[in-house]
Design a binder for this molecule. Structure first.
Ligand code: ATP
Length: 166
């Protein structure tokens, strides 16, 4: 698995289309600024699983405002992904524990929404195995932002125009 590569754009387009279909009552703002042909060194199913965990949570823990921002962009070195909701938010004291196995913020409230408290611990471990990072920022009552960074595979630079035919 660890040596596999994934082309970024088709995966994100697929995940976005799946979620749009599954949640027709939500506004999903998909901001795709992914360079054509860019690749990351991660097994496709693993990256998809991480995206599904974050998006599922964004839907589960949204409140009245059924809107999610899903953004992916590439720069010269990194793929950066943002999954943002305008839902319940997470208190500071809980933030550092949500990546722990079986940790759930509010047992009574969360139980209605199902889940075991495993999703985020799996997501974080997967991303870190591939030398990426998964960070969170949240404000109670206003919403939560998860950010993934993964190193892009550096393609050999294209032959310089000026040096051609010399
Ligand atoms: P599952 O194992 O099915 O993923 P889960 O959602 O409870 O269940 P995690 O994904 O690990 O488990 O999340 C842990 C806890 O973090 C959740 O129970 C919830 O309290 C909190 N949480 C996660 N994502 C969000 C979010 N987007 N907004 C608010 N709280 C969140």
């Amino acid at each position: 698995y660890l040596e596999q590569t994934t082309e970024v754009k088709p995966l994100f387009t697929q995940v976005y289309n799946d979620f749009k279909m599954l949640h027709p009552d939500f506004v999903i703002n998909f901001d795709d600024d992914i360079r054509e042909g860019s690749k990351v060194k991660i097994y496709r199913n693993h990256l998809e699983q991480v995206l599904v965990i974050l998006l599922d949570n964004a839907f589960k823990y949204s409140a009245d405002r059924k809107e999610i921002n899903f953004a992916a962009s590439t720069n010269s070195a990194l793929l950066e992904v943002v999954v943002q909701d305008y839902g319940l938010g997470i208190a500071k004291k809980d933030l550092k524990r949500i990546f722990n196995r079986f940790y759930r913020v509010d047992k009574a409230r969360s139980r209605k929404r199902g889940g075991n408290g495993l999703g985020l611990s799996i997501a974080k471990r997967l991303i870190e195995i591939y030398h990426g990072s998964l960070e969170v920022e949240s404000v109670v009552g206003s919403g939560t932002v998860f950010k993934i960074e993964l190193p892009l595979i550096q393609e050999a630079p294209a032959e310089d125009e000026t040096s051609k035919g010399e």
